[in-house]
Design a binder for this molecule. Structure first.
Ligand SMILES: [Zn+2]
Length: 293
């Protein structure tokens, strides 16, 4: 279930939106790898919205498929509050609609500052409270059907079952996942000496090994089921595209290529293209990764 090109689809009418949501619900119900994505429930995230809590709150995603398959229980439905740091298919639908209305934003399922600005504009235009938070009323005004999806959560927590075998390197934990300097930091940073080995956190197949804007020299590993890890800013790449790697294999050496202020590994965990907090997929921090910050 890869995110589609936002331009592939035709104009979003309420009817087609409903159909798409129905398809989405079916997909969520059937795909074990995706279910935890949902909505940002007030009170379950920190006020820094998006800043990953040091000890991520456990998700309560039991019965996801059943909940969304049934008609929305109006009384029990949790209010939708998409905001900075929210992520998931609902954010993607919102972004798609905002784009259709002229906003020049990415349809990536991650509610960043650009999405917030577009929401502010719509709220102003529709004479609604200008909050930057997309609630059910705004979504309804934009013609986006929410149905029972309001009972899901959007968090930075990886979907159930997504687990890394090991940490990708050793060093100092420099920076968490979440909002940083007004931008979404889509991974974690670990710093160490130039040339420190970086290892596959999980077995997989190298899907990309080369240079990419911002990331510098980067290796991406496809772990199947839409799960991907990324290792950025390398000083040297040690694998080739298509290569099968075992967990713990060296994939490259630590560096500062791309947009990096110092030598470090920028490590991402993505599912269906959406970045999640790697700490929610990694085993407990080993003694070889020292606390930073
Ligand atoms: Zn980083």
């Amino acid at each position: 279930m890869r995110p589609g090109n936002p331009d592939e689809r035709g104009p979003l009418t309420p009817r087609t939106a409903t159909l798409r949501i129905a398809v989405l619900i079916a997909a969520l119900g059937l795909t074990a790898a995706v279910p935890a994505m949902g909505l940002d429930i007030p009170g379950t995230t920190t006020s820094t919205s998006g800043q990953a809590p040091s000890a991520p709150a456990p998700t309560t995603t039991s019965g996801t498929g059943d909940t969304v398959a049934a008609p929305a229980p109006t009384a029990a439905a949790t209010p939708v509050r998409l905001r900075l740091g929210s992520r998931g298919p609902m954010v993607r639908d919102l972004q798609r609609e905002l784009r259709r209305r002229g906003a020049r934003i990415a349809v990536d399922g991650a509610y960043g500052p650009g999405t917030r600005r577009a929401v502010l504009r719509q709220q102003k235009r529709l004479h609604m409270a200008v909050t930057g938070v997309a609630d059910q009323r705004l979504l309804a005004r934009l013609g986006i059907q929410t149905l029972g999806i309001a009972s899901l959560k959007v968090t930075a927590t990886v979907p159930p079952g997504v687990r890394m075998d090991r940490w990708p390197t050793t060093g100092r934990f420099e920076s968490p996942f979440g909002m940083r300097w007004g931008r979404m930091h889509e991974g974690i940073d670990i710093s160490n000496a130039q040339g420190t080995p970086e290892r596959a956190a999980l077995a997989g197949t190298v899907s990309f090994a080369g240079r990419q804007s911002g990331y510098g020299d980067i290796v991406k590993i496809d772990h199947g089921n839409g799960v991907e890890t990324r290792y950025a800013h390398m000083s040297a790449i040690r694998v080739a595209e298509g290569q099968v790697v075992a967990s713990g294999d060296v994939v490259g050496l630590m560096g500062a290529t791309g947009s990096a202020t110092g030598v470090h590994l920028h490590f991402e965990v993505r599912v269906d293209g959406i970045a999640y907090d790697p700490l929610t997929a990694l085993p407990p921090r080993p003694g070889t990764v020292l606390p930073g910050l």
